[in-house]
Design a protein around this ligand. Sequence first.
Ligand code: GTP
Ligand code: MG
Length: 197
Amino acid sequence: MIINSARFVVSNPTVGKCPADTRHEYAFIGRSNVGKSSLINMLAGNRSLAKTSSTPGKTMLINHFLVNDSWYIVDLPGYGFAQRGKSQREQLEKMIRGYILNRAQMTNLFVLIDSRHKPMKIDLEFFNWLGENGVPFAIVFTKLDKLGTQAGKRNVEEYCRILLETWEELPPVFLTSSETGRGRDEILDYIEQLNSL
Ligand code: GTP
Ligand code: MG
């Protein structure tokens, strides 16, 4: 898919205030600092569309971006940021869960995992929660440029092998780097496919 336009539309603290139209939308979630906003900018071909930061906890609201005037990308806050106070963390989690469970036009959730890390409890619990609630999702491994080709492949394979110890099958898996643009065509093609269903 070719991206002709991508623009910021609105930021909201609750799902109830998100855009009222029913265009397809695709949300990006994962632990704080995993690279959600950077990936969105890479997909959109605009480095300053979503705000990124080397300090975790940058994105605090539900952010809608309209692409090609026909579908939305949604940037969500990260989960599990330890430095945040308990009440703020709970409030953000409520916002995220409220969005995921109630946003009927959310066609697919992309869950981002840092390709350098082993499976973490917080991500595994989140995957299970998605499964229990029947939420369609794909896994996106991020920051592949930080690893050598072989090490990256090995880490991702090992991650997937561990998932398959308890899962019958894997959801779609994407290997990406916001630095090099790796995985961009694959994710955009996948979205195009879902848009046409
Ligand atoms: P929060 O909004 O705080 O939850 O973070 P986020 O998941 O949106 O992460 P963000 O995109 O702000 O990126 C976090 C840090 O990782 C920034 O310093 C980015 O430059 C860096 N980063 C993100 N993606 C990549 C990547 O593919 N490669 C490399 N080398 N760095 C990346
Ligand atoms: Mg962000």
